[in-house]
Design a protein around this ligand. Structure first.
Ligand SMILES: [Zn+2]
Ligand SMILES: [Zn+2]
Length: 226
């Protein structure tokens, strides 16, 4: 018996004969079947080719069409693992805001597997601002990663401060919130994979991509949820 990392209920992992004869490596499950089934895995065959959202086909979704007008030169391809449904929302909220740090190991495994299928030279984390960092105590994206990653995209903290004094219309105007750190490596001929927890409007990722695209050979991105 094991304890589910989400609902805390006890569960057992049954080994089926089909699994045993498949010779696949045994993987210890961390959450119960009931919880697992509430996460909707996004299939590549039915994900938007631009943002990776779950839909009927791979065609560019209306959101991505708008982004392509703003950034016509990008070959924007985001991959997302799970649908940002209510269960995912609640799970991420518990992880980010209630400090449920146990939960991160559930996402770590899934994210690691996906990242291993993507070619890149640098894995770059979307930073949190210093205010969030001091109240939360951790960068939620770093907490999801078990592999080497870089922090050369920094948040420009003065932007957020200035932004809060503006009205909504002014805020929607483009103000790059990120900057590259002085120790940023030479990205010529390098493939950068940007990682974030959630893709909602795409705004955050596009800022980071905009910053990196002129320096790197290629910029890709991956998010836990879309
Ligand atoms: Zn459970
Ligand atoms: Zn899309």
């Amino acid at each position: 018996m094991r304890n589910c990392k989400i609902c805390q209920n006890d569960f057992s992992q049954k080994l089926t004969l089909a699994f045993i004869v498949s010779f696949k490596p045994y993987e210890k499950q961390q959450i119960c079947r009931n919880c697992r089934e509430q996460f909707e895995v996004i299939q590549a065959s039915t994900a938007c080719e631009g943002c990776g959202r779950d839909q009927e086909n791979q065609k560019c979704c209306p959101d991505c069409k708008k982004w392509r007008l703003i950034y016509p030169s990008y070959d924007f391809q985001n991959q997302a693992l799970f649908v940002y449904n209510d269960f995912m929302k609640e799970s991420i909220k518990n992880y980010k805001f209630n400090g449920d740090y146990q939960l991160r190991t559930v996402f770590q495994t899934a994210l690691k597997k996906k990242i291993e299928t993507i070619y890149f030279d640098y894995l770059v984390v979307i930073p949190v601002d210093s205010e969030t960092m001091s109240s939360r105590g951790f960068n939620q994206v770093c907490g999801l990663l078990t592999m080497k990653h870089s922090h050369f995209v920094k948040r420009n903290d003065t932007v957020k401060e200035k932004q809060s004094h503006k009205n909504r219309h002014q805020r929607l105007e483009l103000v790059q919130p990120f900057t590259l750190s002085s120790d940023c490596p030479d990205l010529t001929d390098k493939v950068v994979l940007v990682v974030d927890d959630i893709y909602t409007t795409g705004r955050t990722l596009f800022y980071a991509i905009d910053l990196l695209a002129s320096r790197a050979k290629c910029v890709k991105s991956i998010t836990l949820a879309r």
